[in-house]
Design a protein around this ligand. Structure first.
Ligand code: G3P
Length: 223
């Protein structure tokens, strides 16, 4: 499963990229607004920080002609950009057009397998299925991810299922179990994936034993 970081903060992107585990970045209007810089400037800096990575940048209009203009503008900025489009009627029409033009799309705000079917039929590159916002309603958000992965497999759609609105490491575990293609998450969640108390205590013990024995990897002459 590919890992994307969900942020508009260039420093967070650079941090995740440094570990060599980052496949892409997703942004949304809220995250870009929070970053406090221009949209184009932020997205281009992100593209540069993740060479070859897939970078989602979202349109903000809700009518087809303006959305199309925005999509053409955004996609002209950099070849790594995927145009993010909300799941509304004009959005699905836009995804069909962009798909015909060979422009990659990420359909966002998807909550049900029925919505995902529309996105897949329109030729979406990614279907962004939100889980945390559904869990907040005391409904299992991951259920729609499982159904969508199965739907894509059963009918042989090219779309990939991207798990979004990831709030904790268990969502990542569940996304893997569901066979999702991508999960996007805040940097904080990527950091949490590193942690296990037995890793910390195990390492502490290894190093204590090593140091007690006075061992060294290097010959004294080479140090
Ligand atoms: O980028 C979309 C999504 O990941 C947002 O997550 O936590 O605002 O529901 P959240």
């Amino acid at each position: 499963m590919r890992i994307f970081v969900d942020t508009g903060d260039i420093n967070e992107v650079k941090q995740a990229a440094e570990w060599g585990i980052l496949d892409g970045v997703t942004t949304n209007p809220t995250l870009i607004a929070k970053a406090g810089k221009g949209f184009r400037e932020t997205v281009l800096a992100i593209c540069e920080a993740v060479p070859g990575g897939d970078i989602s940048a979202e349109v903000v209009a809700t009518d087809y002609p303006t959305m199309l203009k925005e999509a053409m503008e955004i996609s002209s900025w950099h070849p790594q950009i995927t145009v993010k489009v909300p799941l509304i009627k004009d959005g699905i029409k836009l995804v069909s057009t962009l798909s015909d033009k060979g422009i990659r799309t990420n359909v966002t705000l998807v909550f049900t397998v029925g919505q995902a079917l529309l996105a897949a039929k329109a030729g979406a590159t990614y279907i962004s299925n939100f889980v945390g916002r559904v869990d907040d309603l005391n409904i299992d958000g991951m259920a729609a991810v499982e159904e969508t992965v199965q739907m894509v497999d059963t009918y042989g759609f090219d779309s990939e299922v991207l798990v979004a609105s990831v709030r904790h490491p268990l969502h990542v575990t569940q996304a893997i179990a569901a066979g999702a293609h991508v999960a996007t998450m805040p940097l904080k969640i990527i950091e949490m994936l590193f942690h296990h108390p037995l890793t910390d205590s195990g390492l502490e013990r290894f190093l204590a034993d090593w140091n007690k024995a006075g061992l060294s990897i290097f010959d004294k002459a080479t140090v």
